[in-house]
Design a protein around this ligand. Structure first.
Ligand code: ZN
Length: 234
């Protein structure tokens, strides 16, 4: 895959954010990695989505050095880099301040799995990180944001829970392609809104059963997935 392909996929994925209603002002960015080349594309800092073109996408290597593009990369670049380093199977990272997911992040609450829409995408609660400490905020803030995510995932599988809420900040989501990572970020926003409303209607609402969670998640993900159209027609 050439860098031009990465820039095209990354630009297209970034343009999905306003289309899906995940962006207010310029909050939000998508990165897409070519793992074989060790290079990822990311949205430039502060550029209006209406004016974004593939050539604007900044290229950064897995040591954090800019290797292409003339604009400055998003200030969140070190967080994306840290996630690419720590989660070897992901190819794209999305960060937004989508309103309902951010509300959970600001409340310091994970999103419990109250229904099958959630279970179709995330295998249980979408977790929230701990708050960053004052020294973490004062030094390498964006890098440390990546580190608190990784710390939260020590006993979680990023392939099964493809999103997180950074405490007091907002959501990050990831996936195997730019489009899929944005879809996960969109699903996260939907289930955040549904959960918030369900909890308003019934503050004692409980997570769905393990059986229902397994039924919905495992038929769409993993070795025994059966959902959708298979090439053999089954
Ligand atoms: Zn942010």
């Amino acid at each position: 895959m050439s860098y031009r392909d990465i820039q095209a996929e990354c630009c297209e994925a970034n343009l999905l954010l306003p289309r899906y209603g995940l962006v207010d002002l310029t909050f939000g960015n998508v990165s897409v990695l070519d793992r074989a080349a060790g290079v990822f594309g990311i949205k430039p800092s502060g550029v209006d989505y209406a004016k974004l073109t593939p050539a604007d996408i900044v290229l950064v290597d897995l040591d954090g050095q800019q290797v292409g593009g003339t604009l400055r990369p998003s200030s969140d670049t070190p967080t994306h880099l840290r996630l690419f380093q720590a989660f070897p199977d992901i190819r794209a990272v999305v960060h937004t301040h989508s309103r309902n997911a951010t509300a959970f992040a600001q409340a310091g609450c994970g999103i419990p799995c109250l229904g099958t829409t959630h279970a179709d995408y995330f295998y249980g609660e979408v977790p929230v990180t701990r708050p960053l400490t004052p020294p973490e905020i004062a030094t390498a803030y964006e890098w440390e944001t990546g580190n608190v995510i990784i710390e939260r995932f020590r006993s979680l599988d990023p392939a099964r829970i493809s999103a997180v809420l950074v405490h007091g900040h907002g959501p990050f989501a990831w996936g195997p392609s730019g489009a899929k990572a944005v879809e996960n970020a969109f699903a996260l926003e939907l289930i955040a809104e549904m959960t918030l409303k369900a909890q308003q209607l019934n503050p004692a609402a409980l997570p769905i059963s393990r059986e229902l969670l397994d039924k919905h998640f495992l038929r769409k993900h993993g070795p025994d997935a059966s959902y959708g159209q298979k090439e053999n027609g089954s």
